[in-house]
Design a protein around this ligand. Structure first.
Ligand SMILES: Nc1ncnc2c1ncn2[C@@H]1O[C@H](COP(=O)(O)OP(=O)(O)O)[C@@H](O)[C@H]1O
Ligand SMILES: [Mg+2]
Length: 453
């Protein structure tokens, strides 16, 4: 049996190999080649063993590998217009090259070609997915979606325009529902990064354990339960776009330290990875909490706070800018998903009065819900929102609060032209604030607040 003899066994293996093998001595003379090598290059052991390799391949690199002793792997060798993948391995004895084994991979060229095609295909696919992906992560709101005529809102909008051009982090502060996320969208939309992704990371909603892999990504097999091929984190995925850290006051302290490092070094290392990759993004953070107070209490890192509080946008609560209510309500009613035909909707005086009297602890989000509710309650042909269209809970709360018989026309006018009306009322009462407040049908404290602005 052939396979009992060691020499014959080796020949058997070599002759059944799908890669060509040739052994040359240190001079470059052919000592051996296997069957497929001979068949491919039309050589026979009888006439070609003993020839110098350059007699067959004038440009053979075997002599030079024999000289340098440096192996070459995966080198492409062009033979009659065909690309072959070649390994040239020097064989050494006590440090001296005594020969060179060359492996020629015929098969793999086809496989390589297929692989290459696959890579090309995937690349094209990634590019198109990338375009689609960016579309998905675009800013949904622009500056025009920030409604309000009050000085506060006008000021806010000009700050948004200014900060959008800067590459510094922006911190947006304000109660829940005041429009922090809306402003973040508008900032990105106006920025030079607007064509790139806008990604939201809700620090209050992502569990602590998941935040790191969500942001940094992880390597293949970084932990049990991880996706088998690993994952790219948002810091990397955003690729020059904007990351919006919503409710940053709720970010765990360890995470804050890591984020600060990313901001400073502009590179990330995946969970379970060792090689950092460069990242590029603009940062917007928002919080409804008093971060300064959090810093004092040890709930927020002061170094991160100093890093992000260079450009600060403070959005005042709705109760401090009630003159915005009318325009916001009209905008919300028109664009409400409960108003698919986009009919123009008006609000009765009583409704406007009720809206004015309310304190809006949930700010514009609360107002939006109320408007949606009312619009949904309108009959097909109805275009006027009246008290009976408002939610019962709202009306009940209203009854409990003061329903003083206030001069309604003034209030309505206030909604339109807050500043002018206050000035007029003060003129009419010769500067008596108490009397002016009474005249306007607002409380003294609200008037003082307004005057302060
Ligand atoms: N000035 C505004 N004009 C119109 N809609 C607003 C305004 N401010 C907020 N909104 C809307 O109110 C809702 C709550 O705003 P959002 O930005 O999510 O608030 P926050 O992030 O501060 O809690 C959103 O639907 C938003 O579009
Ligand atoms: Mg929010």
């Amino acid at each position: 049996m052939k396979i009992d003899n060691y020499k014959e066994m080796l020949e058997l293996i070599l002759d059944h190999s799908h890669e060509g093998v040739v052994l040359c001595d240190s001079q470059g003379k052919i000592r051996y080649f296997n069957r497929i090598y001979g068949e491919t290059f039309k050589l026979s052991p009888e006439s070609d063993v003993g020839k110098h390799i350059t007699e067959i391949f004038p440009d053979a690199r075997i002599p030079s590998v024999a000289q340098t002793g440096i192996p070459e792997f995966g080198v492409i060798y062009l033979w009659k217009g065909q690309k072959l993948v070649v390994n040239r391995i020097p064989v050494k004895e006590r440090g001296k090259v005594i020969g060179v084994i060359t492996q020629v991979l015929f098969r793999d060229v086809q496989e390589l070609r297929e692989l290459n095609e696959k890579v090309n295909f995937l690349q094209t696919k990634i590019i198109s997915i990338g375009a689609e992906f960016r579309q998905y992560f675009q800013a949904k709101y622009t500056l025009d979606d920030i409604i309000g005529e009050s000085d506060q809102v006008q000021q806010l909008k000009s700050q948004v325009i200014r900060h959008a051009q800067s590459s510094l982090p922006v911190l947006i502060l304000g109660e829940s529902g005041t429009g922090k996320e809306l402003c973040a969208h508008a900032l990105h939309h106006l920025s030079p990064r607007s064509k790139r992704a806008f990604m939201v990371i809700n620090c209050a909603a992502i569990p602590k354990e998941l935040m790191e892999s969500e942001l940094f990504g992880y390597e293949q097999g970084a932990f049990t339960g991880a996706a088998p091929k690993g994952r790219i984190g948002k810091l990397e995925l955003v690729e020059g776009g904007t990351l919006f850290f919503d409710e940053i006051g709720d970010m765990p302290l360890e995470m804050q330290a890591k984020i600060l490092r990313v901001i400073e070094e502009k590179e990330v290392t995946k969970v379970g990875g060792s090689k950092p990759v460069p990242v590029n993004f603009a940062l917007i953070a928002a919080s409804n909490r008093d971060i300064e107070d959090l810093v004092q209490k040890g709930g927020f890192r002061s170094d991160l706070y100093y890093r992000i509080n260079t450009c600060v946008l403070k959005i005042p609560p709705l109760r401090e800018r009630k003159e915005d209510i009318l325009s916001i309500v009209q905008h919300l009613a028109f664009s409400s998903e409960c108003n698919p035909t986009k009919k123009l909707i008006a609000f009765s005086d009583e409704v406007l009065q009720a809206l004015w009297d309310h304190d809006w602890p949930g700010n514009i989000r609360e107002l939006k819900n109320l408007v949606n509710f009312a619009v949904n309650n309108l009959g097909r042909e109805e275009r006027l929102v009246q008290l009976n269209h408002l939610p019962l809970s709202f009306l009940k709360a209203r009854k409990e609060s003061s329903l003083l018989n206030s001069p309604l026309p003034f209030k309505k006018a206030m909604l339109h032209h807050g500043k002018e009306i206050i000035q007029e009322a003060l003129k009419a009462t010769s500067g008596n604030k108490m009397a002016a407040a009474r005249l306007l049908g607002i409380s003294r404290s609200v008037l003082y607040e307004k005057l302060e602005k």
